[in-house]
Ligand binder design. Structure first.
Ligand code: GLC
Length: 425
């Protein structure tokens, strides 16, 4: 997708919306960029409109590309131009260090509300003492499985990636033999973009291979455990995962799983109410577990994801925009979003709220997975993070396509990242 087209499209939408907003004599007109995976845009709009109604302001919701990588490119263009079009930006957990200069310090507007949120995320969003974004929802990679198929074929939920590979293959073959020629064992995010960075980091960390760059900023990716993890993943293509997975992002993986054509899926929590929704063909047969370990010695690891809300320094309505952020990140609104969309709250108390736990039982069962999720190295690599990630997802993609061995790809990646670090992250 071309950024220019996107800017053109959102500029058009904005012009129309601003014209409409102009009809309302009082109140601020705030525009907010929201993600649009599954029901995300509708859920964002409902929240923003409730705020607008309660405060006498008006709000425009601008949809952004699903790929985090494309979304960053769009934001960078808009912000570099100092555009006032978007007041509130939904930003990825890995971006505060990259985009901090474009956002205002929200602390003076939050009435201390930030203290209710997970401290690690607030710290992540604090750059040089400024709270550049408020935590909105967090997430971590999860293993989705078809409970009916595991039961039918007599398998347990796999606890290691090796076991996942075997179970996926066995059920795929058995189902195909029964006439379901579309069946695959495992779908995930294999496209060359930020989502693959999340997936590959999960495999590597599960095998004890670290997190690409350590907390001290040293490059650690070239190690035997990381090689072993990528080697196993490279066997999946065409064996338990369709070739097409090399171009899948979140929604493509969900599409295959939800239509009943995959035994396992790696995805974020948002997929749960959709896969299990009344109109889903696999409703009632969807289980969720922690992602497997890299062998008996390994550990269960999900990559830490999540989204924040930030107010543009170029906004002409900063106070109203910050008030919208305060509202959307509040206890009540995070509770609503957890119940209707399985968006993980960033307020610890909500994980003890019975209504939330009834709606999304795995928030309780997998609480440890969420709080122990592995962070991508965006803190130590700061403004360079996106380039580090791009090198990593390219290397991982090359291993999956078979164009490079894991050993070669990670040795080359180590050198490329070391060169980058010598110039200063
Ligand atoms: C999810 C995560 C986000 C991550 C993205 C990658 O949206 O919340 O942190 O960067 O997936 O595709």
């Amino acid at each position: 997708m071309h950024v220019r087209t996107l800017i053109g499209a959102s500029a058009l939408a904005l012009t129309a919306a601003l014209a409409a907003g102009g009809a309302q004599a009082q109140g601020a007109s705030i525009s907010i960029s929201c993600g649009a995976l599954g029901q995300e845009l509708d859920i964002c709009r409902d929240g923003a409109e409730a705020w607008a109604e309660a405060t006498g302001n008006s709000v425009t919701v601008v949809s952004t590309p699903n790929s985090s990588t494309e979304r960053l490119a769009l934001y960078q263009q808009l912000l570099a131009a100092g555009a006032a079009d978007i007041d509130v930006f939904q930003i990825d957990v890995i971006w505060p260090g990259i985009l901090a200069d474009h956002f205002i310090d929200l602390a003076p507007f939050m009435d201390g509300q930030q203290d209710e949120h997970f401290e690690a995320i607030v710290e992540n969003n604090t750059i040089e003492g400024r709270l550049v974004a408020m935590p909105w929802f967090t997430d971590a990679g999860l293993l989705y499985y078809r409970s009916d198929l595991l039961e039918k074929h007599g398998f347990e939920v796999p606890t290691t990636w090796q076991e996942m590979t075997e179970t996926a293959r066995a059920i795929q073959e058995a189902e195909r033999a029964e006439g379901n020629s579309q069946m695959w064992g495992f779908v995930f995010q294999g496209r060359a973009y930020e989502g693959l960075t999340c997936n590959a980091l999960e495999w590597i960390d599960a095998f004890g291979g670290g997190s690409i760059v350590n907390a001290e900023g040293e490059v650690t990716i070239d190690n035997p455990n990381a090689v072993a993890a990528l080697e196993l993943a490279s066997t999946w293509i065409g064996y338990i995962a369709p070739e097409g997975v090399l171009n899948y992002a979140e929604e493509e993986a969900r599409g295959v799983f939800q239509s009943g054509n995959a035994v396992f899926m790696r995805n974020w929590p948002y997929a749960y109410p959709l896969a299990n929704g009344a109109d889903s063909p696999i409703s009632g047969n969807v289980g969720v577990a922690a992602l497997p370990k890299g062998g008996e010695e390994g550990k269960n690891t999900g990559t830490l994801g999540g989204w924040q809300l930030a107010v543009s320094r170029y906004s002409e309505e900063q106070e109203a925009a910050a008030d919208l952020v305060r509202y959307l990140t509040s206890y009540e609104e995070q509770k609503r979003r957890a119940i209707v969309g399985a968006y993980n709250p960033t307020i610890a108390a909500l994980y003890e709220d019975q209504e939330v736990l009834d709606a999304v039982p795995f928030f309780g069962d997998l609480y440890d997975t969420f709080v122990n999720a592995v962070a991508r190295p965006s803190r130590p690599t700061g403004e360079s993070y996106n380039r580090v990630s791009a090198e990593f997802w390219e290397a991982s993609h090359n291993v999956l396509t078979g164009s490079e061995t894991a050993e070669q790809a990670l040795a080359d990646l180590q050198s490329a990242l070391e060169r980058m670090s010598r110039r200063g992250w």
